[in-house]
Design a protein around this ligand. Structure first.
Ligand code: PMH
Length: 388
């Protein structure tokens, strides 16, 4: 741990990422490929490390939300195909073409603005269809038919067509099935009128784990790759086995005994009722360990112990069952001895979804990457070049 001087860190188990990908690959079969969705710093897990682990596990391509994220991956030396799922300004398309990055388009005026430019290499595009997400995409056959002729242009290559599902993780499949039919209806004219091969991709983690969509050439695997189920429904169905890759660690940096009727933290809201051992952890709301984590439990010595008093910006306090040495490791998310705190439990506590939990853990938190139980890389956003 010589890359940071702070006793709180994230650990990412790259073997679990690989395991999750292999589980899905076996489940969807050989005729479908996988986009590893690594947007938002790979859901908080680390862009380049997850991209490399995914490619190493046999994934064909990567997907991100923004062009900046794709360029970051290119700067990290990643040469695989990358698709930008979100909006890109038409004037920035030239940067995408220069770096072999595929862009999503969903408006005719965007395509016209892009066609007016010169590219050294053809710009690769994916057409987004809105089958019911209401976010990005062409919504009618007429809109699609109006843009198809514009795609017949040497500077552009239509590489793919896709859509995104709003409810593929739910128990009631009515809306999902409606989206599937709508997508088939919108895809029809493209299949009939566009003479060149295209790849089609519709499925996120939930759809790819639960249903076999015959028309899809690729699936877009996000949350499942990190070892988390997209919803409680899917977790209960358990279509494939997954292993959580993310864990959060800290150490006791100040252990002391308070007398009865002494207070802890801002507002003095927690008061001891008898002499109590209180330990301080160097992690707080600025790290994404938000104030709502008060009264949640952490693992010390393989046992659950509560966070007492308000969570501060950079620190919080834990009520211990006895004295522990300063430097004792504490697990906030993940396993310790036989005990485990899942990302899902944290999400439930703060009334959100598991996706949000690793995304919220701040960039200033160092990330430690492990393979076969060994540290293979440590990143620290406060010292990106590794020098301290
Ligand atoms: N494809 C698109 C277009 C997405 O936006 C996402 C995730 C995925 C695939 C992967 O989904 P999964 O993680 O469920 O597998 N997008 C988001 C989002 O916008 N908010 O939460 C997840």
């Amino acid at each position: 741990m010589d890359h940071f001087y702070r006793d709180s860190w994230v650990e990412i188990n790259l073997d679990h990422v690989e395991y999750n990908i292999k589980q899905l690959a076996a489940h969807i079969g050989d005729d479908k490929e996988i986009y590893a969705v690594v947007k938002a710093n790979a859901y908080g897990h680390g862009y380049a490390q997850i991209a490399q682990a995914a490619l190493g596990a046999g994934v064909q391509a990567l997907a991100v939300a923004f062009l900046d994220e794709a360029l970051h991956l290119r700067k990290s030396g990643i040469q695989a195909a990358i698709l930008v799922l979100g909006a890109t300004r038409p004037e920035d398309a030239v940067i995408a073409a220069d770096h072999d990055i595929s862009l999503t388009f969903y408006r005719k005026d965007w395509l016209e603005a892009v066609r007016a430019q010169q590219f050294k290499k053809p710009l690769q595009l994916h057409m987004k269809l809105d089958s019911g997400m209401g976010r990005l995409g062409f919504r009618t056959v007429e809109e699609i038919q109006a843009v198809l002729p514009l795609l017949d242009d040497a500077s552009i290559r239509l590489e793919g067509v896709y859509t995104h599902f709003a409810t593929a993780d739910e128990a009631d499949l009515t809306y999902y099935e409606g989206q599937r039919s709508k997508f088939d209806e919108l895809l029809g004219p493209i299949r009939r009128e566009w003479p060149h091969p295209i790849i089609v991709h519709t499925d996120n983690s939930a759809a790819s784990m639960r249903f076999a969509a015959d028309e899809s050439d690729f699936v877009r695997f996000g949350i499942g790759m990190y070892g988390l189920y997209p919803s409680k429904t899917v977790k209960e169905e358990h279509p494939i086995s997954l292993r959580q890759a993310f864990s959060l660690h800290s150490r006791l940096v100040h252990v002391k005994q308070l007398e009865a009727h002494e207070a802890v933290s801002y507002g003095a809201t927690y008061e001891t009722d008898k002499p109590e051992w209180i330990g301080t952890l160097p992690i707080g709301y600025a790290d994404g360990w938000i104030r709502k984590m008060q009264n949640f439990e952490v693992l010390v010595d393989g046992k659950k112990m509560p966070i007492v008093g308000r969570v501060c910006m950079d620190q919080c306090m834990v009520k211990l069952d006895k004295a522990y040495p300063n430097g004792t490791e504490v697990v906030l998310i993940g396993g310790q001895e036989d005990a485990f705190i899942s990302v899902d439990e944290v999400a439930d506590w703060v009334d959100t979804i598991n996706y949000e939990v690793p995304c919220l853990i701040a960039a200033r938190m160092p990330r430690v990457y492990k393979r076969f139980g060994r540290i293979v890389e440590v990143t620290n956003a406060l010292s990106p070049d590794g020098s301290l």
